[in-house]
Design a protein around this ligand. Structure first.
Ligand code: ADP
Ligand code: MG
Length: 310
């Protein structure tokens, strides 16, 4: 594996004592389309901020394409293009200036910066608007300007922090098409999101972060497979003293009056009901558990509670 990013024991404690990252190990392969998933407050922006030299880490190591953040911060910086969540360009500046000036930050001479700006502005359909003030752009075009600016120094790694929060479907689609295109052309992409739906069609590999810790690393495919399992809660007429054994599907006792059944894609509820009937277990009602990323986190909270009580 040729990692674009390697994080080892990454920690961040903010001045107010908030432990945003509690030791994160993560590797993102060069060329990957990678999602860092997690609920609000999990630590996603903090991790991204450290990578992009916007947040100072409290401990651990960061390497970007083999360059250590502490020893070679400039080498790290020039390999990263960051699209932060909020618009943070000068709204009064013309579109073209914003992009050219960004190139200037990376020490690209003005003449060359102009050529590079033209290339990204054309790629993002902003060329015709290059002379207008950024504030006159629509929300979608502002988003594209953020991307153009992040790409102007041709970084091999592009990081997007919650890129489509508050962005409408059309713009979202065109953004994704563009990101896929540059990914196919070799750019490594990392995005953070708390919407699974956003990442599921795009990303190959994922990590899930919760309360400052990585709680899952997998392929998107494997995660979706797991989340596509369906869970049902069955309410029983009579309490069950012991957990039922030998059921044709995964069955556990949630409480004496409630069973939780988890069905893999190919399993059916019918087989379960036959089995329950054969045991004289009477079901009063059944409800579908919502079962996506939110469920994943709720399950974790429940497990943590159960562990704390045990
Ligand atoms: P996410 O991007 O996953 O929503 P963040 O990385 O923004 O999460 O935040 C992680 C935790 O750190 C949260 O508890 C948040 O309140 C806290 N936090 C973020 N930025 C700061 C800051 N500048 N000062 C103090 N606490 C912060
Ligand atoms: Mg964030």
């Amino acid at each position: 594996m040729n990692p674009a990013v390697r994080l080892q024991g990454l920690r961040k404690t903010y001045a107010n004592g908030t432990e945003a990252l509690k030791g994160i190990d993560l590797a993102v392969e060069a060329g990957d389309f990678f999602a860092l998933l997690g609920p609000n407050g999990a630590g996603k922006s903090t991790a991204i901020g450290i990578l992009a030299s916007l947040v100072r880490k409290s401990g651990g190591r960061v390497e970007v394409y083999g360059h250590d953040l502490d020893r070679e911060p400039r080498e790290v910086k020039r390999r990263i293009g960051l699209v932060p969540q909020e618009f943070n360009f000068n709204q009064w500046e013309p579109v073209e200036e914003i992009v050219i000036n960004q190139a200037g930050y990376y020490g690209i001479p003005r003449r060359l910066a102009y050529d590079k700006a033209r290339r990204v502005l054309k790629a993002l359909d902003l060329w015709d608007r290059r002379r207008v003030q950024a504030r006159s752009l629509s929300g979608g075009l502002k988003r594209r300007l953020m991307i153009a600016r992040a790409l102007v120094h041709e970084p091999p790694l592009m990081i997007l922090d919650e890129p489509t929060a508050g962005v409408d479907i059309e713009i979202r689609r065109s953004m994704w098409a563009f990101m896929q295109e540059i990914n196919r052309a070799g750019t490594t992409i990392i995005l953070t999101t708390h919407y699974l739906e956003e990442a599921e069609n795009l990303c190959r590999n994922i990590a899930i972060i919760d309360e400052g810790r990585i709680v899952e690393k997998s392929t998107m495919q494997a995660l979706l497979h797991r989340l596509h399992r369906q869970s049902f809660l069955l309410t029983l007429r009579h309490p069950l003293e012991t957990p039922p054994e030998g059921a044709p599907v995964k069955l556990s006792r949630f409480d004496p009056y409630t069973l939780e059944a988890t069905l893999e894609q190919e399993q059916t509820l019918n087989s379960l009901f036959c089995w329950l009937e054969g045991r004289g277990i009477e079901v009063l009602s059944m409800r579908n558990k919502q079962n996506r990323l939110e469920q994943f986190f709720m399950d974790r909270v429940r497990r943590r509670k159960a562990e704390a009580e045990a």
